[in-house]
Design a protein around this ligand. Structure first.
Ligand code: ADP
Ligand code: AMP
Length: 215
């Protein structure tokens, strides 16, 4: 039976960090909608060009294109054993589309860990975030620094800061999360699949809680 896990939480909660630590270990494919958009941006595809303005403003990319992109990704052969979704769904329409797609496969969302982190912590997390543009590995200049300053531990590539981690954009992304994504907490709670973990703990402790929640 395939496993479908949705990591929920505000921007900066640690979804990507945790997904990178647990996906392979759990036999799951890490699917990050943000990473898929960034790949499209880099390749200058039509989808990337469409997404860019929304991403630069810290707004959500429209549901129809986002849903089509993620559906295509999770229907690929490497996802048959299950998926760890990070950053999707982010609206009730996306959550319903995911449920419908999985129902068509005789599957469902099994568990939704909510990585809970208060808004005042998120700004410090995102302003210190550094990412590898090659492999997507995430660092923090204080909480999770690379071994060599400015270089990825995995492949030695020079790390970059994301354009949308600027303070004004971060503030908007947190607002957008509260308005459009937070309603999913009740949606998954009502389905009996929500499992809250304390995202303010050190990275290793959050991983341990998540593994326990996933079972
Ligand atoms: P998200 O994918 O939810 O937006 P990230 O995984 O990119 O969040 O994490 C945001 C930033 O916070 C990164 O710089 C990461 O290294 C750091 N971080 C993640 N989890 C923790 C934690 N538990 N404690 C301290 N810093 C963390
Ligand atoms: P993330 O990497 O998850 O922080 O996402 C970066 C940006 O990509 C977001 O601020 C949105 O503009 C866009 N994005 C990622 N996932 C979604 C989604 N599920 N729905 C709409 N927009 C998304």
């Amino acid at each position: 039976m395939a496993k479908y896990i949705v990591l929920l939480g505000p921007p900066g909660a640690g979804k990507g960090t945790q997904a990178q630590r647990i996906a392979a270990q759990q036999g799951l494919v890490h699917v990050s909608s943000g990473d898929l958009f960034r790949e499209n941006l880099k390749m200058e595809t039509d989808l990337g060009k469409l997404a860019k303005g929304f991403m630069d403003r810290g707004e959500l990319v429209p549901d129809d294109v986002t849903i089509a992109m993620v559906k295509e990704r999770i229907s690929r052969a490497d996802c048959v054993k299950g998926v760890l979704l990070d950053g999707f769904p982010r609206t009730p329409a996306q959550a319903k589309a995911l449920d419908e797609m999985l129902a068509g496969l005789g599957q469902k969302v099994n568990i939704v860990p909510l990585i809970a982190v208060p808004a005042e912590v998120l700004m410090a997390r995102l302003s210190g975030r550094w990412t590898c543009p090659k492999c997507g590995h995430v660092y923090h200049q204080v909480y999770s620094p690379p071994q060599k300053t400015g270089l990825c531990d995995e492949d030695g590539t020079a790390l970059i800061q994301r354009d949308d981690d600027k303070p004004a954009t971060v503030a908007n992304r947190i607002r957008v999360y509260t308005d459009q994504t937070a309603p999913l907490i009740a949606y998954y709670h009502d389905q009996g699949v929500l499992a809250e973990v304390d995202g303010t703990l050190p990275i290793e402790a959050v991983t341990a809680q998540l593994i326990k929640a996933i079972g």
